[in-house]
Design a protein around this ligand. Sequence first.
Ligand SMILES: Nc1ncnc2c1ncn2[C@@H]1O[C@H](COP(=O)(O)OP(=O)(O)OP(=O)(O)O)[C@@H](O)[C@H]1O
Length: 347
Amino acid sequence: MKLALEARALGKTFRVKEKRAGLRGSLRSLFAPEWKEKTAVDRIDLSVAAGETVALLGPNGAGKSTTIKMLTGILHPTAGEATVAGLTPWRERTKLAYRIGTVFGQKSQLWYHLPPIDTFELISRVYELERGDYAKRRDRLVERFELGPYLHTPVRKLSLGERMRCEIAASFLHRPEILFLDEPTIGLDVVVKERIREIIRERNREEETTVFLTSHDAGDVEELCSRAIVIHHGGVLVDRPVAHLRRELLSSKTVTVTLADTEDPALAAEWFGRRAWAPLPEGVELAGIEGRRVRLSVDLARTDMNQLLASLTQAARIADLTVEDPTLEDIIKHIYGMEKTKGGERT
Ligand SMILES: Nc1ncnc2c1ncn2[C@@H]1O[C@H](COP(=O)(O)OP(=O)(O)OP(=O)(O)O)[C@@H](O)[C@H]1O
């Protein structure tokens, strides 16, 4: 198996100024600052095979951006080693730039006052792309991302969605082997998100581009990635195929019951909260009530689903009933929760 990237005991500790309390403390901090060490990434191990699509997940402050910055050579680690496309990122950053693409959702790589076509041209010169090949590739990306109408408009006048499509097209121009994406769809509408994901998937399929992304959007993970690495407090918590996350980590189902319209919706709360069961059976939680629709979260380890459905149909006249897997969003929340509980036990 060819590796696209590998990190061993990779860590980053920042030195941060500790602020003292009060005005006098602030003044003292100004003239005699007190420093403390802050671990952003705690000696993580990870490896990604060539052609794989991997999501790096974690709550705010978990160390995702710091990890990506070390893997792309922007930051020097304070511990450990990493190899990306066979290179040490922070020592061979220029060489690495030819082999990888980067997209930071919060930071533009396009020249703000220039139209995207000029940035594309500059990129083609920086990477010394062959003219004919570059023109063909640019035209194909322009067509796939539907950039035609914005190509000659200065970037500062583009909407966020238009700009992000240009950003991602720009990162693909030099045929990177590995694409690093930090929050690529943040703030975009569903249509643009979908378009971006579709083209990233296409590049992965056709050119076997390795994708390594961070996102708070479960859709990015579900639609783009085959594996998820969850980090928390700077360390790796879970590393699993996305398809397994659901099965292995949350043994719950969401049951949605729609009461028949002969039933009074005002009674729903009473039925499910008090009348039908008082209290709700063990392992069943009321997840929400909207009019006649009631959502229940059911823990399969503690509840017999057959019995539950039977008692539901007895308790009320039901127009519709669905049983679904929890969303990836729920699962990720659950994983963070697991870590919190562990943290609680430790302290
Ligand atoms: N330059 C820096 N100096 C000091 N501390 C930093 C620096 N950069 C990051 N940190 C700290 O390191 C930790 C990890 O930050 P990082 O940006 O990697 O998290 P993240 O997982 O990307 O979070 P988010 O989802 O909010 O973007 C945070 O506590 C952050 O405050």
